[in-house]
Design a protein around this ligand. Structure first.
Ligand SMILES: NC(=O)c1ccc[n+]([C@@H]2O[C@H](COP(=O)([O-])OP(=O)(O)OC[C@H]3O[C@@H](n4cnc5c(N)ncnc54)[C@H](OP(=O)(O)O)[C@@H]3O)[C@@H](O)[C@H]2O)c1
Length: 310
């Protein structure tokens, strides 16, 4: 995507570091699929050698702790680098402190792809809803569970469904995170932290996944024109912000049931603008990549308005 957009958005990739595949550096800009040398001894060593202005953190999700991505982001801030991440873990666990640390370091921090791939959720709220208070939300945010339930509606097994989702490149590295609702809980915590200043972690989300669902149950519901959907909900109560992820039984014809395959829907309940819906149709890795790209462009436009890339 960076290569295709190079004329208008001339970013240079000066380093790529992965745990097992190795590390590549070139201050003048790496080519696509560059040769990789041995891995840098640590992420800190990598960041010291690859002197980028923006660090893109896209390591594997750990919904239970947010690590090691959390430490990677802090290492980047400590070096005065702007950060873009698609990793839900750090935002789900420590958004408020990361936001404050970025401000203190005088750097920008963006995370659009953490929820609904590149669909502009956070940037839309940041730029287009001044004065609005977020009261709650309802989201159909996990694609793997929908692909699995769709497979079960055809009488296939949970494993068949997971395999179909894996072929689409949308499952987490550990698919049980999708099935057990951890991915949805992490997204729920991300939305609550970033849009409602909830200061929660995925452990604060009352979570139940689709692990016990069977094709027989899904087929029986289908006969009654109903389906199951893994739904994230947040609402403001007198006792605080309540968060939950549940496999809910809903009518086939309902709005939430209309979001199938890899499409996602988020309904935002606000004080001044009522309820707003944001939908992404057929998201995938290209859309995740676009979210990362759009964050990098947004940072460039924020910190270098005079050298604006069009
Ligand atoms: N794929 C999607 O559709 C999607 C959508 C939205 C958000 N995300 C998020 O984006 C992130 C990346 O997703 P993915 O599907 O590409 O994950 P992935 O297949 O697990 O790839 C993660 C990459 O991170 C590297 N890595 C892992 N731990 C590392 C460490 N400690 N130090 C350095 N490198 C490390 C791995 O390198 P090695 O293999 O060499 O170890 C690998 O290249 C995840 O946080 C995911 O939740 C993905």
């Amino acid at each position: 995507m960076l290569e295709r957009q190079r004329a208008a958005y001339p970013f240079r990739i000066v380093g790529i570091h992965t745990a097992r595949h190795g590390t590549a550096y070139d201050d003048s800009g790496l080519a696509i699929n560059p040769p990789f040398g041995p891995p840098a001894t640590s992420v800190e060593d990598f960041l010291d050698r690859a002197k980028s202005e923006i660090v893109v953190e896209i390591t594997t999700l750990n919904p239970a702790t947010g690590e090691p991505a959390l430490s990677h982001i802090r290492s980047a801030f400590a070096r005065g680098r702007h950060v873009v991440t698609a990793n839900k873990g750090p935002i789900a666990h420590a958004y408020a402190s990361l936001r404050d640390e970025a401000t203190k370091a005088g750097v920008e921090f963006r995370f659009e792809s953490t929820v609904m791939d590149g669909v502009p959720v956070f940037s839309s709220v940041r730029k287009n809803l001044p004065g609005v208070k977020m009261l709650g939300f309802t989201g159909v945010l996990n694609s793997t569970s929908k692909v699995v339930i769709a497979a079960m509606r055809e009488g296939k097994s949970m494993e068949d469904g997971i395999e179909a989702a894996r072929r689409l490149g949308i499952t987490e590295a550990d698919a049980s995170y999708d099935i057990d609702g951890w991915d949805s809980a992490a997204k729920t915590a991300v939305l609550a932290n970033a849009l409602m200043d909830a200061r929660v972690t995925p452990h604060d989300v009352d979570r139940r996944g689709i692990g016990r669902l069977t094709p027989e149950r899904v087929l029986k519901l289908a006969k009654a024109r109903k389906t199951v959907c893994l739904i994230s909900r947040a609402r403001t109560t007198p006792a605080g912000i309540r968060l939950r992820v549940r496999a809910e039984v809903i009518d086939d014809t309902g709005l939430l049931a209309s979001v199938d395959g890899t499409s996602n829907l988020l309904l935002l309940d606000t004080d001044l603008m009522g309820t707003i819906g944001i939908m992404g149709i057929s998201g995938g890795v290209d859309q995740t990549a676009y979210g990362v790209f759009s964050d990098a462009v947004d940072i460039a436009q924020t910190v270098r308005p005079s050298r604006l890339i069009t």
